[in-house]
Design a protein around this ligand. Structure first.
Ligand code: KDO
Length: 334
């Protein structure tokens, strides 16, 4: 009996050793997925990656997020992925437009109409050449579309000091924009004086008065605590801002077909989860911001739309848009 137990014990030990070896090997075989992003860990996109993406890929990948730009600065992530120094990011149409000008169509104000419109466009064949260039020339796979939200103008001035109805009212206003050409063009098209600045510097710049304001969706205004150092939000809704869960093509190509399907499904689950939560936040946060003492109001949105759309159609950006794409995007709008 003891022999049996011993044998069973021995077998147990052997089986355990084999399991550890296998698990250990499996752990070593698990692909490392470092994701660099400038938002905080409490941003809805971050929560979605932690709660939906990470557990869904855990049996073959180790997800390692670096929030608040602690690994790579804003706008450097795609190059880091292309160079093999990073595996994932939550990228934007604006960052992609710095490599591929045609992506500027999705950075143009008042083109995309809603979160649902973003999903319809992402899934439409019109996106195939856009995605293909990113994969073939940059080595990045765009797994799923993430909804960042409707961008609004957020100012230090009180409404009594500065009421914004039309773009003319932003003349001379020092509006912080992210640092790419597409962003700076958008800031100018709104009527303001665009100041390039990284996301992680915005709170201090608002607090010190180095800039008069910034633009971001309401969930970001709250998550980044910009409401603590500003006094009004002008609901221009000038851009339905589009992000993408981006993965190194080298990593993707190295996965089995099952794991490629699993990581794509995990990205979509995270994107859908984050989108729903972001939309709910946008509904709730107008009241929250008013409770914090900010004035939140609608300007003459038609005046902003006319000015912004006219600026883009007259710009070099529009000349880089593939023939028929704007019409196809508009046709998918709800
Ligand atoms: C910003 O810097 O204002 C911006 O909203 C630009 C977006 O493309 C994206 O980089 C975003 O910051 C970050 O994800 C932080 O929310």
């Amino acid at each position: 009996m003891p022999v049996t137990l011993a044998r069973r014990g021995f077998l147990g030990a052997a089986a355990t050793a084999a399991l550890i070896a296998a698990t250990g090997a499996a752990a070593q075989d698990r692909v490392m997925l470092r994701l660099s992003a400038v938002q905080s860990e409490t941003d809805q996109r971050s929560i979605a990656m932690l709660e939906k993406f990470a557990p869904a890929v855990a049996d073959f990948a180790e997800f390692q997020p670096y929030w608040n730009g602690t690994l790579f600065g804003q706008g450097t992530e795609l190059e880091a992925i292309a160079n093999g120094d990073l595996e994932m990011s939550i990228t934007s149409a604006q960052e992609l437009a710095t490599f591929f000008p045609e992506w500027s169509i999705f950075t143009a104000g008042y083109v995309l109409q809603s979160a649902a419109h973003q999903v319809a466009v992402f899934n439409d064949p019109l996106m195939d050449p856009f995605k293909q260039r990113v994969e073939e020339e940059l080595g990045v796979v765009l797994l799923a579309p993430m909804y960042l939200g409707q961008r609004q103008v957020n100012l230090r001035q009180t409404k009594d000091e500065l009421t914004v109805s039309t773009p003319d009212d932003l003349d001379g206003v020092n509006l912080r924009m992210p640092g790419t050409d597409a962003w700076l063009f958008l800031g100018g098209a709104l009527g303001a004086n665009p100041t390039p600045m990284a996301f992680t510097e915005v709170y201090t710049a608002l607090s010190s008065g180095a800039v008069d304001g910034q633009d971001n969706p309401l969930p970001t205004v709250v998550d980044a605590k910009f409401y603590e150092v500003t006094n009004q939000v002008v609901l221009t809704s000038h851009l339905v801002d589009w992000n993408f869960i981006a993965l190194s093509a080298e990593v993707y190509d190295g996965l089995s077909e099952d794991h490629q399907q699993a990581i794509t499904a995990a990205a979509w689950d995270a994107a859908d989860f984050g989108r729903e939560n972001q939309l709910q936040k946008e509904e709730e946060l107008v009241d929250f911001l008013r409770e914090q003492g900010l004035e939140v109001y609608e300007p003459d949105v038609a005046a902003f739309r006319d000015r912004v759309q006219g600026a883009y159609l007259d710009s070099d950006f529009a000349r880089s848009w593939p023939e028929g794409t704007l019409e196809a995007v508009n046709a998918l709008g709800n």
